[in-house]
Write a protein that binds this ligand. Structure first.
Ligand SMILES: Cc1ncc(COP(=O)(O)O)c(C=O)c1O
Length: 487
């Protein structure tokens, strides 16, 4: 089914050749194949990793101008991921997302994005100078988390903003929820503009048909994936895929070269190369195992009193259109403790570390690195926590967020503007120089460049009074906020 020989690992092979030739290093890094590494560190890591920690030279190719092994590795990735062009990223998906945005929009261009984006998207918007037009994701009131942007929301947003130059969605969400991305791609293309996808949490989707459809198969133009999050490449190893008549691959390379380090880690590059081979040859089986274990965990957690681990039953055909079962969201609202408490108890008492927590949930990420034993340890800890904690009550709160305020300055202009700090209570009708995010559901109430309203100030005071989290301002107590000084 692949056009190329997916057994190949050209980057890893070029490094092995360098090692096997006993090449004498007169290049950086200064540890020279590990000789200069501190003993305590080397004793733990072992010697081999340092031998392939090299710099750019001809026999190992150049990430910025690939002509041999890195070029071939990127072609193999494109073949495995059904893209036309794929790019290796060694500064995480953050860089892939920034490059994705800067390849699609420029200063003054409008782009539709969800209100609850990751900070890498905000950074991409600032760097590109684009004007974001926000879309509200669907929200699940009981779980207090955001799902995807529904097809309906995309249609309405495009009708209201026919001059946008691109649409960006996050798919799937951190919690494994996917939207109707195939139809979204069709609608976006009917406006002759590209669909950009933050697929940080979907680098495995293409390898198993039981998972939601991936961005490239759904017709998206460009997508960024955290290969390091769910699959087995080393941390910071990510991919950017392009298949589009709207996005120029040479522009993507140019932007990546602007953003990425000139000293890429060949250890990360090699891990991306070998991970692609692993997934192309054996991904379906590996992910099958992960789906089975995660579903086992979900079923067992749902038998525990006061805990809830959602699945397909929440599918509403809108913002929750498909589900990745390897995401195990443990809702502890009925147990009467917060997700933060759950994460803390699991970590300190049971040495089980979750990926993330929010007001009512803890998120365990499943992958083919899990074992039945590790899943059972999580389940047994949760059983004990349920037994010993029951009977508590957690405060309820209203989730009715204030209206998205008027955007006066673009994020880039707001970022560059002079700012001063004033008391939040006196900031109505001033332009915010900072973010304000309330958790749950983690959606910004205020972004830099937006007009602060009395409704927003009242909401923040309410959130603080009931002890929920507000973040974003330099002042950790959120008593002061930086506003943009106007001449
Ligand atoms: C939705 C989303 N996009 C992008 C990123 C950035 O990815 P990375 O940490 O690889 O830079 C993250 C990280 O958690 C994320 O959750």
């Amino acid at each position: 089914m692949y056009k190329l020989d997916q057994n190949k690992t050209p980057i890893f092979d070029s490094l092995m050749k360098y090692v096997n030739n006993n090449t004498i290093p007169f290049h950086v890094p200064g540890h020279k194949k590990g000789i200069g590494i501190p003993d305590d560190f080397k004793n733990f890591i072992g010697e081999n990793a340092f031998k392939i920690d090299v710099t750019v030279f001809k026999s190992v190719d150049s990430l910025h101008h690939p002509t041999s092994s890195i070029k071939e590795a990127e072609e193999l990735i494109a073949d495995a991921y059904n893209s036309d062009y794929s790019f290796l990223c060694i500064n995480g998906t953050t860089i892939a997302i920034q490059a994705m945005i800067m390849s699609a929009v420029s200063e003054g261009d409008k782009i539709l994005i969800p209100r609850n984006v990751h900070k890498s998207i905000t950074a991409g918007i600032i760097l590109s100078g684009a004007i974001p037009i926000y879309m509200e994701p669907d929200i699940d009131e009981f779980l207090s988390i955001s799902h995807g942007i529904s097809l309906e929301t995309i249609e309405t947003s495009l009708k209201n903003n026919p001059d946008v130059k691109a649409v960006l969605i996050i798919n799937p969400t951190y919690y494994g929820v996917s939207t109707d991305i195939k139809n979204i791609a069709n609608v976006v293309h009917s406006y002759n503009i590209p669909l950009l996808v933050d697929e940080a949490h979907g680098p495995h989707l293409i390898f198993n048909k039981k998972l939601p459809i991936c961005a490239m198969d759904a017709g998206a133009d460009i997508c960024a994936q955290s290969t390091h999050k769910i699959t087995s490449s080393l941390t910071q190893g990510s991919l950017l895929h392009v298949k589009s008549k709207y996005i120029e691959p040479s522009r993507v390379r140019q932007v990546l070269n602007l953003l990425q380090t000139t000293s890429p880690s060949y250890i990360i590059l090699a891990s991306l190369d070998c991970t692609r081979k692993q997934l192309a040859l054996n991904g379906e089986n590996l992910i099958e195992k992960s789906i089975e274990l995660s579903n086992y965990a979900r079923n067992e957690i749902n038998k525990i009193d006061y805990l809830y681990c959602f699945g397909e039953e929440l599918n509403n055909g809108k913002g929750f259109f498909a589900f990745d079962p390897t995401k195990i969201t443990i809702n502890c609202r009925k147990l009467g403790i917060s997700g933060y408490d759950l994460e803390n108890i699991l970590s300190t008492k049971y040495h089980v570390q979750l990926e993330m927590a929010d007001a009512y949930n803890g998120l365990a990420v499943g992958s083919f690195g899990d074992t039945k034993e590790s899943i059972d340890s999580l389940i047994n800890a949760l059983k004990e926590i349920s037994e010993t904690t029951k009977g508590k009550t957690l405060k309820n709160f209203s989730l009715v967020l204030p209206k998205i305020p008027e955007q006066i300055y673009s994020p880039r202009k707001a970022f560059q503007a002079q700012k001063k700090s004033i008391p939040l209570k006196q900031s109505a009708n001033k332009i915010s120089g900072e973010f304000l995010l309330a958790y749950p559901p983690g959606i910004p109430i205020l972004c830099p460049g937006e007009m602060i309203t009395q409704e927003i100030i009242d909401y923040i005071e309410y959130i603080k009074s009931i002890g929920l989290f507000v973040q974003g301002t330099e002042d950790p107590k959120i008593e002061n906020i930086k506003i943009i000084e106007q001449n």
